[in-house]
Design a binder for this molecule. Sequence first.
Ligand code: HEC
Length: 163
Amino acid sequence: MKNIIVGILTLIIIALMGYTASKGGAWQGGEAGKITENVASMQKETVATPVVAPIEQKSDRDIENEKLKSLKDKAGNAVTFKVSDKYKQKCASCHGAGGEGIVGLPLFGQSAESIYEKLIDFKSGKRQNPIMKGAIMNIGEADFKELAQEISEFKARAEALKQ
Ligand code: HEC
């Protein structure tokens, strides 16, 4: 009895092997293997010219240096208008002498309401950023309003100088 069962199972297995072989060979991944082959050949066809992005070849340090350089250039242009001592002391080190952004994001051109709301969000922890939170921890809401108002005027101040 045992032998008969083993015999039947063996036959089934052999039949299955024959079936998969006729479908493209299980050793190549069968149908799935064909699909990956097709995709591979499609990729070869479509990506004719290798896209060599020069940026990717630069080291992080190079990129950082370039960023710094362009920011310094920008800062050099932006400091032409006057900013308050409060802004200089409390914000300029990270956001740039003219709000152009260094470590901190650019603030130049943003509205007073938007800047004020963002400051409140940082302080309350609604928007989490340890650097900003640390930077504004000891600044009160009245100062937030004043600074937000001032920063929102940077763009007009810069434009006034150009004319
Ligand atoms: C020690 C550095 C540092 C100082 C000082 C600092 N900030 Fe920031 N600030 C940051 C960083 C970093 C971010 C980005 C946070 C983030 O990605 O969420 C930021 C983000 C902001 C944003 C959000 C900008 C946006 O578009 O989402 C505002 C507004 C802002 N700072 C205002 C100020 C003001 C006003 C002061 C001065 C009272 C100040 N910051 C001082 C580092 C600083």
